[in-house]
Design a protein around this ligand. Structure first.
Ligand SMILES: Nc1nc(=O)c2c([nH]1)NC[C@@H]1CN(c3ccc(C(=O)N[C@@H](CCC(=O)O)C(=O)O)cc3)C=[N+]21
Ligand SMILES: [Mg+2]
Length: 304
């Protein structure tokens, strides 16, 4: 069955609670699929794909992400390496490490965990990663390829958004997708992907940001609303069209309550939307899975 946005029954006075799009279960399914392919690839080639993560400093959130990537590698049969540099490492220290990883034939994917300390120029670093090992798809060459509709790697979080929609039989083609947030990591590349010609795309895309006038009017037009701004519970029920599909990319740790919330007011919005992704357990789980998929693809690319 193909889901299309529908008018919510709430208009008729009946409370609806949105169907939850389960990222945790989907991540597990996809990781099992990848594990089978990785095993088969090893049979044929004798190669175990390897992801090298680079962590500068000791940001606690980055520690969590890096650990979840290592676990995902273990589950899918990939090798992983973690390279640590101190918080006060120089840009040249980091460039030197990347150079080594670029020419290391045992390393297929390189991921430099963001954000980097302020003495390091992020764009300079992202350009230094070999485009064939760039499993984040942050290198300008890879970004350009995405915009041109001939991607080498798909950026992990946007690919996770696309995958959670498609695998739940939510049609993207022809739908009005409103993206709130214009970051280089999520908003921009997701807009480029979903506006492309072809299956799983062909959407009408609107991108909103902090300077957008009448934001709620625009978000209320969305058939599919994707939110990636980093403001806890910013999107309220009255900003969502009844029956819309809502994808929450936000990960905000509320220190006081020691809990994780998204950029969407889940309680309120789930009374209006037809489908919604939770935080945690939504898109974040898929982000990690897509890093694994890209590392496997990188290994195949480097063999060819
Ligand atoms: N070079 C680079 N590549 C990235 O892909 C990258 C990055 N830097 N810096 C930080 C962001 C953020 N990110 C997430 C990864 C996993 C979860 C994730 O697993 N979330 C779980 C919960 C995690 C938790 O409990 O803290 C969930 O939503 O269920 C979330 C967010 C990748 N990022
Ligand atoms: Mg895909």
């Amino acid at each position: 069955m193909v889901w299309r946005p529908r008018a919510a029954e709430s208009k008729a006075g009946i409370d609806v609670t949105a169907e939850i799009l389960d990222g945790k279960a989907l991540a597990k399914t996809i990781q099992e699929e990848i594990a089978d392919e990785v095993a088969e690839f090893f049979q044929e080639s004798g190669i175990t794909p390897c992801l090298a993560a680079v962590l500068v400093g000791d940001d606690p959130a980055s520690e969590v992400y890096v650990r979840s990537k290592r676990k995902a590698c273990e589950r899918t049969g990939l090798d992983s390496q973690l390279h640590r540099l101190p918080e006060d490492a120089t840009q040249d220290d980091l460039l030197e490490l990347i150079k080594k990883l670029n020419v290391d034939h045992n390393v297929h994917g390189i991921l430099v965990q963001l954000p980097l300390p302020k003495q390091i120029d992020e764009s300079r670093i992202l350009q230094a990663v070999h485009p064939w090992k760039d499993v984040d798809a942050f290198h300008p060459e890879n970004v350009g390829r995405i915009v041109q509709g001939r991607p080498r790697f798909l950026p992990c979080t946007p690919h996770g958004v696309q995958e959670i929609l498609l695998r739940n039989n939510i049609e993207i083609e022809g739908q009005h997708v409103v993206i709130v947030g214009r970051s280089d990591i999520v908003g921009k590349p997701l807009a480029a992907m979903l506006m492309q010609r072809g299956p799983g795309a062909n959407a009408t895309v609107t991108v909103c940001h902090s300077r957008t006038k009448n934001l709620a009017e625009v978000t209320r037009m969305a058939d599919i609303l994707v939110v990636a701004i980093g403001v806890p519970e910013f999107i309220k029920a009255d900003m969502v069209k009844p029956g819309a599909i809502v994808v929450d990319v936000g990960i905000n740790r509320l220190e006081a309550e020691n809990k994780l919330v998204g950029d969407v007011d889940f309680e309120g919005v789930s009374q209006v939307a037809s489908h919604i992704t939770p935080v945690p357990g939504g898109v974040g789980r898929l982000t990690v899975t897509m890093v694994i998929q890209n590392t496997f693809e990188a290994a195949r690319l480097q063999l060819a």
